[in-house]
Design a protein around this ligand. Structure first.
Ligand code: PNS
Length: 158
């Protein structure tokens, strides 16, 4: 059974993430979404909220499970018996960021290959940090995130 881990902060989940989840689920028998518990960052959505949102969004996708992880990604990959780390590439800036991460992860565990999917063009401008910034300053993010995330963002504003 081929298992891939799709790691990230998912704060919040964007349409770009969802595109990758859908495509990853077609490529692997099992896709584990690993939500990083990052104690240094002040999140917009709590870890519980992010798990709830991702679980709702992937309901009915049988290969997909949603879990949290802390510490090293390669340790989580090993614990999940996965052989692939799935990441998305939107731009060359992403490549510059991802290259040393993939190389470090391979150095730490050569059984964990990082596989990149190129983002669909309509999602390549979307990032979680961009969504948060646009939302904070009153801009429209409806087309950047799934409806459930949009509703939750609006709830936070009240
Ligand atoms: O959504 P993000 O913030 O781009 O995801 C980054 C993530 C979670 C993939 C990365 O921060 C990560 O793997 N963190 C876990 C710690 C780790 O393993 N670091 C070593 C890689 S050099």
């Amino acid at each position: 059974m081929r298992t891939a881990v799709f790691p990230g902060s998912f704060d919040p989940v964007t349409n770009g993430h969802m595109d990758l989840i859908r495509r990853g689920a077609k490529l692997f028998d099992r896709l584990v979404i690993g939500v990083l518990v990052n104690i240094e960052k002040t999140p917009f959505f709590t870890i519980e909220e992010r798990i709830e949102i991702l679980s709702a969004l992937t309901k009915g996708m049988e290969q997909v499970t949603v879990k949290t992880f802390g510490g090293l990604l390669v340790d989580f990959v090993e614990k999940e018996n996965a052989s692939v780390i799935l990441r998305g590439l939107r731009t060359v800036q992403d490549f510059s960021y991802e290259q040393p991460l993939a190389q470090a992860n391979y150095k730490l565990n050569e059984h964990a290959e990082t596989l990149f999917l190129i983002s669909e063009p309509e999602y390549s401008y979307i990032s979680s940090s961009g969504v948060k910034e646009i939302f904070r300053f009153g801009g429209e993010v409806r087309e950047m995130v799934p409806d459930i995330v949009y509703e939750k963002l609006k709830e936070k504003n009240h």
